[in-house]
Design a protein around this ligand. Structure first.
Ligand code: HMG
Ligand code: MG
Length: 299
């Protein structure tokens, strides 16, 4: 059965903007987040407290986060790779954080400069301290389906790291198809295996990139399995600077269009959201790759 309601975890301001060649001005980012909230998105990932040399696009996290202080009824998660990042986030009053692991060694090295197990060891005190602070903790898991260096990723390899994140105390797991190679049956196989190993569907979100045009099909497969948390990026912005061949995320507009058609409630105003993505595309100087944005804005 399909869920009655889906919570969209909007990642445009983080996954989207981290991958832009140009650095978007802080004021524009703040307006972007405000407009996304005004469009009805209740979870808007705001930025990352990562090393500024690794992701210069988000080096203004200290300036941006306080500019969102008025959005008290919107969840504003931030990415935090280590205790240094957690200190920075907690100092600004963040109470939703996300750590980000990899199912593959190649991406753990490229993205975190660590082996998989070293990165899990790095996250352990982060999650423990965040939980002690009553913060909500999301555990991202990248390369759940395929990896640009290693090819197809065995399901058991994904399950091992997923369980480690849950055992550590993560409240939620987000399954990342970082390079967009997943297909629906693979999605359902992984979800079933995670359930089998004790990870409940209620704790699982899905995070699809649309490289091969499969993001919506994969989302539907996950919904059919009972998943009700879906990551998406306004206008289809996104990618990961440390994963070659990662393109934009599933566009939030494409997702909302499908969910509306299925009669699934999201609370999002598609007109306001599309206007936001058109405005952002103007700021970035190129059109949104989202079909729905193009159709609704007659671009
Ligand atoms: P490292 O070079 O190994 O860092 O990078 P280190 O631990 O050796 O520390 C070196 C120096 O950096 C130290 O300074 C630290 O204090 C400083 P020193 O003592 O030498 O003066 N430092 C920091 N400064 C500020 N903030 C910090 C921080 N950490 C250390 N947080 C590190 C390791 C994890 C820091 C680095 O690899 C990093 O920042 N990586 C982040 C990469 C990233 O953000 N990638 C994109 C997000 S993941 C993604 O997009 C996938 C996702 O969307 C899901 C999917 O699609 O699959 C989530
Ligand atoms: Mg991503």
């Amino acid at each position: 059965d399909l869920p009655a309601r889906v919570r969209i975890h909007e990642v445009g301001a983080r996954d989207g903007l981290q991958n832009e060649k140009s650095v978007v001005p802080t004021e524009v980012k703040a307006e972007f987040v405000h407009r996304l909230a005004a469009a009805g998105l209740t979870t808007v990932e705001a930025t990352s407290f990562v090393h500024p040399k690794w992701v210069p696009q988000l080096a203004d996290a200290e300036q941006l986060f306080p500019m969102l202080g008025d959005l008290s009824d919107v969840a504003l998660p931030v990415l935090v790779p280590n205790e240094r990042g957690l200190d920075r986030a907690l100092a600004l009053g963040a109470h939703r954080i996300a750590v980000f692991a990899s199912a593959t060694e190649s991406f753990a090295k490229a993205n975190l400069n660590r082996t998989v197990d070293e990165s899990l060891a790095m996250f352990e005190p982060v999650v423990a301290r965040a939980k002690a602070d009553r913060a909500h903790v999301r555990g991202y898991l990248s390369m759940c389906f395929g990896d640009p260096w290693e090819g197809a990723v065995p399901v058991q390899q994904v399950v091992r790291v997923a369980k480690a994140l849950m055992d550590m105390g993560c409240d939620e797991l987000s399954l990342g198809d970082t390079i967009g190679v997943a297909t629906p049956a693979h999605v359902q196989t992984l979800l079933a295996e995670l359930n089998e190993e004790g990870v409940p569907t209620s704790a699982i979100g899905v995070h699809f990139h649309d490289t091969y045009g499969q993001a919506l099909s994969n989302t539907l497969a996950a919904l059919q399995h009972g998943v009700s948390t879906v990551d998406a990026s306004a206008g289809g912005l996104g990618g990961c600077p440390y994963a070659k061949s990662a393109t934009g995320n599933l566009a939030t507009e494409d997702l909302v269009w499908m969910l509306q058609g299925l009669g699934i409630d999201t609370g999002v105003d598609l007109g306001l959201l599309t206007a936001t993505s058109v405005w952002m595309a103007d700021q970035l100087g190129r059109p949104s790759p989202s079909r729905t944005v193009r159709a609704l804005s007659h671009q």
